[in-house]
Design a protein around this ligand. Structure first.
Ligand SMILES: NC(=O)C1=CN([C@@H]2O[C@H](COP(=O)(O)OP(=O)(O)OC[C@H]3O[C@@H](n4cnc5c(N)ncnc54)[C@H](OP(=O)(O)O)[C@@H]3O)[C@@H](O)[C@H]2O)C=CC1
Ligand SMILES: C[C@H](O)[C@@H]1OC(=O)[C@H](O)[C@@H]1O
Length: 256
């Protein structure tokens, strides 16, 4: 098992990519902290994942908290330490992408997106890194950035800068935290079918277009991203830091 004896915190683990990653980390032997918003159906979804994980003999707890709140990172770390005694891996995954045009972007949509996807993440990464530094045995931090860190989206002008920001944060943190043995990397998913784009991809023309642009001939599934996250979290990636891994079925390189 690739993550035996490691405690992994994953934000936004109640649904989508985070949920698949949490399940796979637990299958690989990790003790998992399932982060979620603490509102709506997040809590119920987190408890159902705990049951799934316990059913195959894994260990998991949940911690609710708004990713936009700078204190949520401390809360996640405290939850991990209380339940499992340490933090070895932190996966910053929680995010939103409310598609909207640029010229009439409401300030509250822009600010909510940046606060949820990037500003809260900064402090959560800082909280996890301080815990890892104090433990004195290194660690791994992974940001779920996006192909959108590298390319734009006309309806994502508030979103793509947050993904570029996370990608850049991992590069700078790789330098800042390397001396403590803490590796920092990002995964850059392409288009993965989840709740975040359900409405957007309900448009059959858009769905067909995105599929046709993907050399592997299909959109991604959350499980497609779980493996790369486990790899970067594991000691198999012990000399990988400051890197980013596209997980996009070839979408990015498909110019013509
Ligand atoms: N799907 C895709 O095509 C791609 C997604 N990504 C990125 O992957 C990440 C996960 O997205 P995906 O799985 O698709 O999305 P989903 O909508 O399926 O899941 C989003 C997750 O984030 C949590 N979340 C949302 N808002 C908050 C908040 N304010 N505080 C705490 N948790 C919150 C949700 O928790 P709750 O259930 O409690 O609401 C949920 O667990 C995002 O960062 C996204 O940008 C990157 C590239 C492509
Ligand atoms: C939500 C989008 O469908 C998804 O998110 C991203 O980061 C990529 O840009 C995908 O298009």
């Amino acid at each position: 098992m690739l993550l035996a004896d490691k405690t992994v915190i994953i934000t936004g683990a109640s649904r989508g990519i985070g949920r698949a990653a949490a399940r796979e980390c637990a299958r690989q032997g990790a003790r998992v902290v399932i982060g979620h918003s603490g509102s709506g159906q997040g809590t119920e979804a987190a408890y159902s994942l705990i049951e799934e994980i316990k059913a195959f003999g894994g260990q998991a707890v949940e911690v609710g908290g708004d990713a936009a709140d700078p204190d949520t990172g401390d809360k996640l770390v405290a939850g991990a330490v209380q339940a499992f005694g340490s933090v070895d891996v932190f996966v910053n995954n929680a995010g939103i992408c409310p598609f909207h045009s640029f010229l009439d972007m409401p300030r509250e949509v822009y600010l909510k997106t940046v606060n949820t996807n990037l500003n809260g993440a900064y402090f959560a990464v800082q909280a996890a890194a301080n815990q890892m530094k104090n433990q004195g045995r290194g660690g791994a931090i992974i940001a779920v950035s996006s192909i959108s860190a590298l390319v734009g989206g006309g309806m994502q002008t508030h979103y793509t800068p947050t993904k570029a920001g996370l990608h850049s944060l991992m590069q700078s943190c790789a330098i800042a935290l390397g001396p403590y043995g803490i590796r920092c990397n990002s995964v850059l998913p392409g288009t993965i079918a989840t709740d975040i784009n359900k409405e957007d991809l309900a448009d059959e023309e858009k769905l067909a277009y995105m599929t046709s642009r993907t050399p592997l001939g299909r959109l991604g599934e959350p499980d497609d991203v779980a493996g790369p996250i486990v790899f970067l979290a594991s000691d198999m990636a012990r000399y990988v830091t400051g890197a980013s891994l596209l997980v996009d079925g070839g979408l990015f390189v498909n110019l013509q």
